[in-house]
Write a protein that binds this ligand. Structure first.
Ligand SMILES: Nc1nc2c(ncn2[C@@H]2O[C@H](COP(=O)(O)OP(=O)(O)OP(=O)(O)O)[C@@H](O)[C@H]2O)c(=O)[nH]1
Length: 191
């Protein structure tokens, strides 16, 4: 059970190169809406503040603070570390900009189980999903160290953070439908 004063900050990752998409991924329309808008709507009900991890001003229409990576081209760890430094929080909810099927309920479940540095869901194929996850402030030092030392592999960072991994609850229907499928190319969008 979270204390009432627990500050939760949402980090929407949108600072990637979008090389497979060929255009800014978060702004690509999917079923009538920009992909990043799904991510924002997923986190919004749970967060006191939200930020977009990006250097691209085209996201300014969303009215959220935008935070450019402290060191460019370091991947998601660089984006998460920079945002954690920029905004203090007790808990950070992280989401990629390209997972429109992730419901708010998944983060409700993660928050309910958080009891350590992090809690990360495992998808239906057994893959860990650290970019749709919940990190306590105690995890931030590990992100900063990874960025400072150039150890930018997420799986090796996780081995230090020791998250709790959970399978999303099976009684919810939407967990059966490719919940974590991310849209990387225009081919994925038209499927
Ligand atoms: N802030 C920040 N976010 C990143 C960075 N690299 C990837 N991301 C984000 O992390 C998430 C997963 O990354 P990818 O699916 O590889 O996205 P991408 O790098 O834009 O796409 P590709 O260039 O096709 O690999 C997306 O939401 C990206 O925007 C980065 O260097 N900085």
């Amino acid at each position: 059970m979270l204390k009432k004063e627990t500050k939760i900050v949402g980090i929407v990752l949108s600072g990637g190169k979008s090389s497979r998409m060929g255009q800014e991924k978060g702004l690509v329309k999917y079923q009538g809406k920009a992909l990043i808008e799904y991510a924002i709507e997923t986190l919004k009900p749970l967060c006191h503040e939200m930020v977009i991890s990006t250097a691209n001003d085209d996201y300014s229409y969303l009215g959220l603070p935008m935070i450019a990576d402290e060191i460019p081209d370091c991947g998601p760890i660089g984006g998460i570390s920079t945002c954690m430094k920029a905004i203090e929080a007790d808990i950070y909810l992280v989401i990629s900009c390209d997972v429109p099927h992730v419901p708010t309920q998944l983060f409700v479940d993660l928050l309910a189980e958080l009891n350590g540095n992090a809690i990360i869901p495992i998808d239906e194929t057994g893959r860990k999903q650290p970019l749709v996850a919940c990190y306590a402030s105690s995890a931030s030092a590990y992100f900063h160290e990874a960025l400072e030392t150039g150890h930018l592999k997420m799986m090796s960072l996780l081995s230090k953070i020791h998250p709790l991994y959970i399978e999303p609850s099976i009684d919810l229907d939407y967990y059966k439908q490719n919940l974590f499928s991310n849209l990387n190319s225009m081919g994925d969008i038209s499927d």
